[in-house]
Design a protein around this ligand. Sequence first.
Ligand SMILES: *[C@@H]1O[C@H](CO)[C@@H](O)[C@H](O)[C@H]1NC(C)=O
Ligand SMILES: *[C@@H]1O[C@H](CO)[C@@H](O)[C@H](O)[C@H]1NC(C)=O
Ligand SMILES: *[C@@H]1O[C@H](CO)[C@@H](O)[C@H](O)[C@H]1NC(C)=O
Ligand SMILES: *[C@@H]1O[C@H](CO)[C@@H](O)[C@H](O)[C@H]1NC(C)=O
Ligand SMILES: *[C@@H]1O[C@H](CO)[C@@H](O)[C@H](O)[C@H]1NC(C)=O
Ligand SMILES: *[C@@H]1O[C@H](CO)[C@@H](O)[C@H](O)[C@H]1NC(C)=O
Length: 485
Amino acid sequence: MVLQKEPAGAVLWGYKDSAAAIMMFLYRENHLVWKVVSEEEGRSEIWKIVLNPMPAGGPYEIVIWHQDNGEMTNVTLEDVYFGDVWLCSGQSNMEMTVSQIFNASEELEEASQFPLVRLFTASLVQSKRELHDLSGITLQWSIPTAKNLGHGDFSYFSAVCWLFGRYLFKTLKYPIGLVESCWGGTPIEAWSSKRVLHECGIFNTTEGASSSYLDSGPKDPSVLWNAMIHPLLNMTIQGVIWYQGEANTVMNTDLYNCTFPALIEDWRKAFFEGSHGETEQDFPFGFVQISTDRQMQLDDSFPRIRWHQTADYGYVPNQKMPNTFMAVAMDLCDDESPYGSIHPRDKQSVAHRLYLGALALAYGKKGATFQGPYPEKVELVAASGLLNVIFGEHIELRHSDNKTFEVCCAQQKQCQWVPAAIASSSFDTVTLHNLACPKSTLGLRYAWMEWPCKYKHCPVYSRHSSLPAPPFITFSHNNPGWVLS
Ligand SMILES: *[C@@H]1O[C@H](CO)[C@@H](O)[C@H](O)[C@H]1NC(C)=O
Ligand SMILES: *[C@@H]1O[C@H](CO)[C@@H](O)[C@H](O)[C@H]1NC(C)=O
Ligand SMILES: *[C@@H]1O[C@H](CO)[C@@H](O)[C@H](O)[C@H]1NC(C)=O
Ligand SMILES: *[C@@H]1O[C@H](CO)[C@@H](O)[C@H](O)[C@H]1NC(C)=O
Ligand SMILES: *[C@@H]1O[C@H](CO)[C@@H](O)[C@H](O)[C@H]1NC(C)=O
Ligand SMILES: *[C@@H]1O[C@H](CO)[C@@H](O)[C@H](O)[C@H]1NC(C)=O
């Protein structure tokens, strides 16, 4: 296994006979490195030990003695390393295994070259009350082999989680522990504690909601928080990555701007408390902005969820979502996926975009780019009927069309969205033909569609990092970024 390295202390815990004493010994190459007596007062049936912060590396052996009236039993953990532990959660796009993605056979074959990335998968269990222990483990701590990574469809091991960990390992060159706890077809409500749901005004059960997006997994409030997250809280972790949101395109869609930021805050507080303060209170939280499903779009629930995933800011981190990072995925569409287009097979790009976010936020890499271009200014040139969208950086216009940008024309105090063709682009600016309502443009939106472009061919990318601009929506009223000229 991999336990969290310094500056945090890893936490180990377990059960015991109430009168028993617990001692722990940490060995490296048969030399005792550290020993400790558990300090649990009185007749407790739970023990918990916070290890001294350990540098990255290993292997270590941990022996735990259980002494009760002179009778001794022990447990030995072998092949233990210290490194960074990441928790990977969400729904089926997180669950999708390495054998289901592009270049699966190469990825599986290469996996055994990374024996210091270790894997663990929690079983799919739901519960009506908070559990203190996982009631099932699908993959006990393991090394990455073709078998462990490619065990059937949507089982184990998560491709996004694996590739993210592998990218981190290649850069950091120390052990990485990956804990998978996810379930396909599940809404955020199932992963949220009562605190989150109450904060967002969700008091009722969700029975009744039905759609193919919710077919496979449990949808009742808190049932996965209870069974698949709560039991992990005592573990010291470095951070979380999350790929979920599709199920909420058909359930409580417009509450996601509350539930998602609230879930992040709640998980942070709970892991901090559960680990006695060893897991950082504001640990880095990365997520994937949902990809694409239907080319013939029926409603705008996908763009709304993408927007709400950023707490309606359009980018992260922001004031409501500090220390978060996002992988944009709306341009990674895959209409030929044998698992349905809702499950795109390019998980390498998803994981790489997450990895860039982690480098910048979790590992403080100076100057690391991890966000795509975002507009700083919208300039209406009424006389010429043009509109300039000015980005904060050098852009690449990879595709020019007449529908991805739309302007809002005032119509009886409502927005009438009209496509605005791209006229030209320069260093940091895209110029649009704004002919529908040059004098009364109230808003502008970009890629506000379920399936905005062909694979990796949305209009705007960063010249420097090749990252796509995320979808955005902006209105002229009270917005200093809008200028008339
Ligand atoms: C652990 O327990 C076994 C059997 O009870 C014993 O043989 C062994 O010496 C113990 N190991 C340690 C390190 O105490
Ligand atoms: C809960 O459900 C009941 C009955 O369906 C409904 O009357 C009530 O408004 C709901 N409450 C909330 C907060 O949604
Ligand atoms: C979330 O979005 C909905 C729909 O746009 C809006 O009515 C609501 O005020 C937003 N809630 C928060 C907390 O921003
Ligand atoms: C683990 O964390 C949970 C949640 O904070 C807490 O209720 C529980 O007592 C902790 N378990 C141990 C063994 O300390
Ligand atoms: C698959 O492998 C080919 C050849 O190495 C490479 O060009 C391509 O980018 C890979 N696809 C993905 C999604 O990583
Ligand atoms: C938009 O572009 C397509 C092809 O690029 C063209 O067929 C269509 O007529 C254009 N529509 C408008 C409104 O300019």
